[in-house]
Design a binder for this molecule. Sequence first.
Ligand SMILES: [Zn+2]
Ligand SMILES: [Zn+2]
Length: 126
Amino acid sequence: MNCPRDNTPLRQAGYTHACDACGGAWVVDEVLVPLLEERANALIELEWKPRHADEIRACPACASPMQTVALGSVALDRCPPHGVWFDAGELAAALKEAKHFRAEPAHPAKTHESLLHKLGKLLSVD
Ligand SMILES: [Zn+2]
Ligand SMILES: [Zn+2]
């Protein structure tokens, strides 16, 4: 896969594919949600809002035009079957906002578990 901005080949970096030229990152949905949930310490539901953009980029996976969307205050490009493109710094910004994406508790057992996990974190002073 190549970077949708500058066509540089993307490099596997942990759970993401990063572009060394522009600092952007490609993240698939199946990875993005757990990443944000871990950061939020809760189940989350991503609310993609359409946004206007003059520049439409092509999906690195299928080359289709990506949707221009916003997640919280972070502007992103997304190809729903494949993943989401984060420009440099946007992934960090989305992770920072992760706690705002909390979902209604749909899975009581798992929510309970993450609440306990959170309590544990609150109680441990570092
Ligand atoms: Zn790039
Ligand atoms: Zn695609």
